[in-house]
Design a binder for this molecule. Structure first.
Ligand code: ADP
Ligand code: MG
Length: 900
């Protein structure tokens, strides 16, 4: 018999499990060994060896190797051997870079790996989805992606979207009854839920019947194209650029070779020099370094509590100009405490701290037990009924399991002595319609021990006022006319001004117990009262909002909460400016596209919004040219999260669906983390600019020395092996160290970067070319100077040129740390960079002074006094450009002074 045909008890027997306790940990461990991990098999990854050999498949490297073999055959064994060693070392460096890049990308995947709720040994646990085994008892609710194939054993208004399997996007209702029949399709098996499908409504429990490749999803796994890693826009642009640079390098090297030969140099030497030059000048390491900079940056972000799910987001983060953020839980602590209650026409104060179930009830400053006030008692009883949360006493105080809003109501009820466990005997929940932020209410049908049935509805006060006919006032249920409505609204206004979040409670007797629809339960209600709960703003948010403002980023608060409450909190956090507006969901609904666009530009707060309003807000902001980050947590938030340039999901309160739609996850659900992520995003982008600037200027310098020398009819200023060595010691480590450089202190004082901005924007192109010219020129000058003094000592002049070129680059690398000048910040704070520069410097000294290497690298020991000259020449470019920088800014400063 198949699982869908069995009764639940038979399923338990067949899989040797217990739907209320789940598997024991030991049993689960054993099953994991037997069935393996719950994962779909992926295509093969390139092996390490493949990555290693792919380092040598570059056209120019192959040419170089062939040239080496030729020179070996011609008898230049030493040359050949050295070139091969250098090429292999280069290959190893490239391999390490690429391997690291790959590893850190894997680490990222691991971080955002899905999790599932299971029962194990009677306890509710969160485990990685890949640990699920057959027989596990899985819990799922609206917004979860089902982690394995399960037979459903409990369902509350459960609906599942099975489109990943069936292509049918209308959610199907699910139940627990056995299903019979021939040729059942996936969609017909209403008591099964399948791996990869998504809960759109309600909640449920199921016993796992299949994992990994042994699921409906596994059967079609090879049909599912594993999504290709997408390149970031910058990576794509760099690839384009790489092609142009390659062509340019080749043209210039050919030019060097041709002119050299015309000037009477030996063809073979020129050929080898040309090939070496091409190998040195083509920035083949660039893509790998970019990946490393991106992924190391992403790891730094993890330490600051945000997970980047899509690499391109790192770049987009730097362009964000508007952050739309939820209020509750993101800007506030999401630690709610009921402090005020409106019941039966009276306003009560409640004392107590956090979730500690201790406190008293006061009416007009007199402590009164709720037992003595039937209206208050009723409200508190209703708060406890069907309340799915739990208060647990831990080492450091009381902790809440579940939704904070409902937790606060539970705590209030506990203060009056209503314990859900003790109530369970007298009241039975026979139907539930869970809360969702579009309906802004939840309800339950309850049956009493005496056989009576009634409904309890909790939700946003305005909505419950609309649904209510009567109100409980002074012990009587009276018609809810204008006078009473005004009274309630006055209380709500008062609560809002005190920044309290208000939840109303209403009820009514029901005449039947089965087949109830949400609509039937939630109309013609009797309004019982309102609970006002305090949710203090997070301390760090005010500062974060301020820093965002300085960085040209506007913060917009979006909340389902009441406008007055939103206003109080937004004021306190510095979000609502003097001229700023609050727009409510109902107003927003009436606006057409243009009106909304105008309004969105001015609004600081959107209140009483539904998830679909969020999508409209994002679109309107984007139309006006903003780059929008938008937070969300529920299933319904997914479209807005997807539409936003940076979709942000909450790590703790977020559903799988929201997380999957997002490009950034906040581990701590904290607004301040968004600011930190943006700061990191900007830093990463700037770092990428830094090493592009460094690498390209160095390469321009290398080519130009050779080109100028050939045009002037000089001997080669550097021999091929020296060129390769320069490339080896200056390109790799220093560039990588720039990739992990710290931020300049003004990163969060600049405007957001324009998303279409090219790599060479903001003067970078000029910086590269001017610096390349200066480095090339300085190297050539020091060569010329030495050579003209002692034309018979060519090797000495070449060694001096070699040292100047390397030193000039190692000084330039410090320049690259700032957009302004080398002295704009302490040049030596990046220890990786200091280490990289020092090791490059020592490697240079090694080939200059170590006698056995001198014949190989055609070097001669440089005299101490000549180092002074070399240092001066190498520092010349920095000196000149820093000087002009200060002169120009001085002039600007003078103009500013004159203007005043
Ligand atoms: P936000 O998260 O922006 O504060 P929500 O969409 O969560 O907004 O809530 C909107 C309104 O719905 C709240 O102001 C409150 O009145 C009501 N509400 C929130 N959570 C619950 C809940 N668990 N049960 C009943 N009503 C709720
Ligand atoms: Mg909420």
């Amino acid at each position: 018999m198949k699982f869908h045909q069995m009764h639940i008890s038979d399923v338990e027997k067949a899989l040797q499990t217990d739907m209320n306790r789940g598997l024991s940990d030991k049993d689960a461990e054993k099953r994991k060994k037997r069935y393996g991990e719950n994962v779909l098999e992926e295509g093969e990854k390139p092996s390490r060896l493949r990555i290693f050999f792919s380092q040598f498949k570059d056209f120019m490297v192959i040419v170089l190797l062939i040239a080496t073999v030729i020179s070996g055959l011609l008898g230049e064994y030493m040359d050949a051997l050295t070139i091969i060693i250098i090429v292999i070392t280069n290959g190893i460096l490239g391999y390490i870079q690429e391997y690291r890049a790959e590893k850190s990308l894997d680490a990222l995947k691991e971080l955002s790996a899905p999790q599932a709720n299971v029962f194990r040994g009677g306890k509710k646990l969160k485990i990685p989805t890949k640990e699920i085994v057959p027989g596990d008892v899985l819990l799922f609710s609206s917004g979860d992606r089902i982690g394995a194939d399960v037979r459903i054993v409990e369902a509350n208004g459960l609906e599942i979207d099975e489109s990943p399997l069936t292509g049918e996007s209308v959610p199907v209702e699910k139940g627990t009854e056995p299903v019979f029949g021939e040729d059942l399709g996936i969609g017909d098996m209403a008591n099964l839920a399948f791996m990869g499908t998504m809960v759109t409504r309600g909640s449920g429990k199921g016993i796992v019947i299949g994992t990994g490749m042994n699921t409906a999803m596994g059967k079609i796994a090879d049909m599912l194209q594993s999504a290709k890693e997408s390149m970031t826009p910058l990576q794509r642009r760099l690839e384009e650029l790489g092609k142009i640079l390659l062509a340019l390098c080749l043209v210039l090297t050919v030019l060097v070779v041709v002119i050299g030969v015309l000037q009477g140099h030996d063809v073979y030497t020129m050929f080898l020099a040309g090939v070496s030059l091409a190998v040195a000048a083509i920035p083949e390491g660039l893509p790998a370094i970019v990946t490393i900079a991106l992924s190391l940056g992403v790891q730094r972000m993890v330490r600051k509590n945000s997970i980047v799910r899509k690499l391109p987001a790192v770049e987009t983060l730097g362009s964000v100009s508007v952050i739309c953020s939820d209020k509750t839980g993101t800007m506030t602590a999401n630690k709610m405490t009921v402090t005020r209650i409106f019941a039966g026409g009276k306003v009560w104060a409640v004392t107590g701290h956090g979730y500690e179930p201790k406190g008293d009830f006061f009416y007009r400053d007199r402590k009164i037990s709720p037992k003595n006030d039937p209206a208050l008692e009723k409200l508190l009883l209703f708060s406890a009924l069907g309340n799915p949360t739990r208060i647990v006493q831990g080492k450091d105080g009381y902790r809440l399991e579940g939704d904070p809003t409902e937790g606060a109501m539970l705590v209030a009820a506990l203060k009056a002595g209503f314990h859900p466990e003790r109530l369970a005997g007298r009241y039975k929940i026979i139907g539930e319609f869970p809360f969702d932020s579009a309906r802004k209410r939840s309800s339950a049908a309850v049956e009493t021990g005496g056989g009576k049935v009634f409904a309890v509805v909790k939700g946003a006060p305005e909505i419950l006022l609309q649904l209510s006919e009567r109100i409980l006032w002074d012990g009587r249920e009276v018609p809810l006319n204008g006078e009473y409505r005004r009274a309630v609204n006055a209380v709500l206004e008062e609560m809002g001004t005190s920044a309290l979040r208000a939840i109303a409670v209403a009820y009514k007797p029901l005449s039947k117990r089965g087949g109830l629809s949400g609509d039937e339960v939630e109309r013609d209600l009797i309004f019982a009262g309102v609970m006002g709960m305090m949710d203090p703003p997070r301390k760090e948010v005010r500062q974060a909002v301020k820093e965002c403002k300085e960085a040209g980023i506007k913060t917009v608060m979006i909340t389902g909460d009441h406008a007055t409450t939103a206003r109080s909190v937004a004021r306190e956090l510095g979000i609502l400016s003097k001229t700023g507006k609050i727009i409510e969901g109902t107003e927003l609904e009436k606006m057409d596209g243009e009106e909304l666009e105008e309004a969105a530009k001015e609004a600081d707060v959107f209140a009483r919004v539904s998830p679909e309003h969020k999508l409209k807000i994002v679109r309107a902001l984007q139309k006006s040219g903003a780059i929008v980050a938008m937070t969300g947590d529920g299933v319904n938030d997914a479209p807005a999260i997807k539409q936003a340039d940076i979709g942000i999901a909450m790590g703790r309160s977020g559903t799988d669906v929201a997380k999957e739609a997002s490009s950034l996850i906040l581990i701590d659900d904290n607004f301040a983390t968004i600011k930190a992520a943006i700061e990191e995003g900007r830093t990463i982008y700037e770092n990428i600019r830094k090493f592009i600037r460094y690498l390209l200027a160095s390469n321009v310098g290398e080519i130009l020395v050779m080109l100028f020398a050939m045009i002037l009819g000089l001997p080669l200023p550097l021999v091929p092996i020296q060129i390769l060595w320069v490339n080896l010691v200056t390109d790799g480590l220093p560039a990588m160290a720039l990739g992990v450089d710290g931020a300049e202190e003004d990163v969060m004082k600049r405007k957001p970067r324009h998303p279409k901005e090219g790599i060479f924007a903001r003067g970078l192109g000029w910086k590269i070319i001017s610096r390349g010219f200066l480095i090339g020129g300085a190297t050539l000058l020091s060569f010329l100077f030495m050579y003209s003094r002692h034309p018979d000592q060519l090797a000495y002049a070449q060694t001096v040129a070699f040292a100047t070129l390397i030193l000039a680059q190692l000084i330039h690398v410090y320049d690259c740390r700032s957009e302004r000048s080398i002295f704009a910040r302490n040049p030596f704070e990046n220890h990786f960079l200091n280490g990289a520069v020092l090791s490059s410097f020592l490697l240079m000294l090694l080939v200059i002074y170590y006698p056995p290497l001198q014949p190989v690298f055609r070097t001669e020991a440089i005299l101490l006094r000549d180092w002074l000259f070399i240092a001066a020449m190498a520092a010349l470019p920095t000196f000149l450009l820093t000087g002009t920088f200060y002169l120009r800014n001085q002039k600007r400063y003078d103009i500013m002074k004159e203007g005043n």
